[in-house]
Design a protein around this ligand. Structure first.
Ligand code: 2AM
Ligand code: CA
Length: 253
């Protein structure tokens, strides 16, 4: 029931994105010149915050915009990215998603990612599997040699760029080819759906990957930090996601 209600809210936000007037999007920068935010990021987060808290009134709320960052360690908490892939949104590249996770006592409980341009809704509940538009999905069982590598360039962090491309070259040499969507949440859905075999990015925030991480795990894949170890839901970390037949140990050599 909660899942259906959340999906309804996300679809409504998707309509707002599809109907956006990009010539009046009030594009601003945050911190660095390539880190963008628009009035639509803020508007979608406002809708999510209002309506998700109507569905689960006791929940805490963490959203990328406007520094709404409640603690998540106890009780229920939403972790939300109103538009993951903001640069794509500004460019009309049509590769942006809405990402909503819910935790219980700091553990991922629900994950939903909606791609309004493709009308694809990815959902997962802990222990209950992962779904695309209501149909079960599973990660790829192909080896990387027959697979695709997805990556994020960590373009906001100059100190990570050389390392990112060094790892990318290693993964490129071992896979059929590489792809870059510009949305980490979407990349994780592509791993979950078996459309690609490996994804990595050296620094992301929980709202970028919380929902997608649960979706990948429930689809049978593995999500860790690039350097190994469990991911963080309380602060940024690196992210590595793989299908069921990929050993990403080579990235650490
Ligand atoms: P965004 O579009 O919501 O900003 C692309 O490499 C990925 O990095 C996207 O998922 C993007 O999310 C995310 N990203 C954007 N700004 C970031 C920042 N300051 N730090 C870390 N990741 C960021
Ligand atoms: Ca965002």
């Amino acid at each position: 029931m909660i899942m259906e209600q959340i999906q309804q809210v996300m679809r409504e936000c998707g309509q707002l994105m599809l109907g956006a007037d990009r010539s009046h999007a009030n594009i601003e920068t945050k911190g660095t010149s390539n880190n963008l935010v628009t009035k639509y990021d803020k508007a979608v987060q406002e809708i999510l915050q209002k309506k998700l808290l109507e569905i689960v009134p006791e929940a805490h709320f963490v959203g990328e915009e406007e520094t709404v960052h409640d603690p998540i360690a106890t009780g229920k908490a939403f972790i939300v990215d109103p538009i993951d892939g903001t640069t794509n949104f500004v460019k009309d590249y049509k590769s942006s998603v809405i990402s909503v996770a819910m935790t219980q006592d700091g553990e991922l409980e629900l994950g939903l990612v909606y791609h309004p341009y493709l009308d694809e809704m990815f959902t997962a509940q802990r222990g209950k599997g992962a779904f695309r538009n209501g149909k079960p999905i599973h990660v790829s069982s192909q080896p990387l040699e027959a697979g695709l590598t997805l990556y994020g360039s960590a373009s906001y962090y100059p100190e990570l760029i050389d390392d990112s491309f060094r790892l990318l070259r290693k993964a490129f040499d071992r896979s059929m080819d590489i792809r870059r969507s510009g949305s980490a949440a979407w990349d994780l859905c592509c791993i979950a759906a078996g459309r690609a075999e490996l994804f990595f990015e050296l620094r992301l925030y929980p709202w970028d990957y919380a929902a997608g991480a649960l979706i990948v795990r429930e689809a049978g894949g593995m999500v860790t930090r690039v350097e190994g170890g469990d991911i963080s839901l309380s602060g940024p970390c690196s992210i590595l996601a793989v299908g069921s037949n990929v050993d990403a140990g080579f990235l650490r050599e």
